[in-house]
Design a protein around this ligand. Structure first.
Ligand SMILES: Nc1ccn([C@@H]2O[C@H](COP(=O)(O)OP(=O)(O)OP(=O)(O)O)[C@@H](O)[C@H]2O)c(=O)n1
Ligand SMILES: C[C@](O)(CO)[C@H](O)COP(=O)(O)O
Length: 229
């Protein structure tokens, strides 16, 4: 089973407050973005990688990727101001309408091959699937003064990768653009088309490195050697 991975690295990492894009932060032995790319580079099911970067950092990332000699065809494209725009630019660079496309945050370096393969199997049958984990907190909805408690048994926290048949996700992005709809993930754009999206249960270790606290967790995952690909 084959897929093309779009890996997103064109953000600014403002919440990380590192003074530069968090993708360049060194995690133990190498930059965050290299950890993430290696997961896909080492996966035999991954045909090629589209790495989405911001224009100011293109040269720096190209040099970094060359320096680590990743064993995969990697095409570097420029992203946009919003995550959704970056994904669409990545999609537009793909000339393979039959393909299965994985969309993944460069800031999630701990996804495992086992989960990639489970996701590929479901998405190839059902056209649209994402990794997600059951919510463990009690979630409150606040509407003005009114507070309600949501039924946790039906709540899932969305992760990436999210996997789709190319035509479906392209159509979902095009439609969102036409309607000026911005979603916080790609599955939400497919949901909006009325198409069912499958959940594949992921791992709580597949964190997105968003704030400095997440860096501590990432270091401890790497140092304890739990990271399995
Ligand atoms: N215009 C954007 C914004 C985000 N991303 C990517 O989308 C992923 C998830 O986004 P997030 O964690 O929010 O990253 P940033 O946008 O970099 O962080 P922040 O919102 O704190 O600035 C990241 O890998 C980020 O590089 C992107 O490719 N293009
Ligand atoms: C796509 C995503 O990783 C799903 O959890 C996430 O929504 C994107 O990041 P952000 O922190 O919401 O910008």
């Amino acid at each position: 089973m084959e897929y093309i991975a779009i890996v997103l690295a064109a953000g600014q990492g403002k919440r990380m407050n590192a003074g530069e894009n968090k993708q360049f932060i060194t995690l133990v032995d190498q930059p965050l973005i290299i950890h993430t790319l290696q997961v896909f580079a080492k996966d035999a099911w991954c045909k090629s990688i589209v790495l989405v970067v911001n224009s100011r950092e293109k040269q720096r990332i190209e040099q970094l990727v060359d320096g680590f000699s990743l064993q995969k065809d990697i095409c570097i494209v420029e992203g946009g101001a919003e995550r959704q725009e970056s994904v669409f630019k990545g999609l537009r660079s793909i000339n393979d309408p039959e393909s299965l496309v994985f969309i993944h945050d460069g800031a999630r370096p701990f996804v495992t091959r086992d989960h990639l393969h489970k996701l590929a199997e479901v998405a190839s049958q059902k056209q649209a699937a994402l990794l997600a984990v059951p919510v463990t907190d009690t979630i409150k909805e606040r509407n003005g003064e009114k507070l309600t408690t949501l039924d946790r048994s039906v709540l899932w926290a969305a992760q990436t990768p999210q996997a789709f048949q190319f035509d479906l996700i392209y159509k979902a992005h095009k439609s969102a653009l036409d309607e000026a709809f911005i979603g916080t993930d790609d599955a939400s754009l497919v949901e909006k088309l009325g198409y069912p999206v499958q959940i594949v249960e992921g791992s709580y270790q597949n964190i997105k490195l968003t704030t400095p606290e997440d860096l501590e967790r990432a270091h401890s995952i790497l140092k304890s050697g739990i990271k399995e690909i």
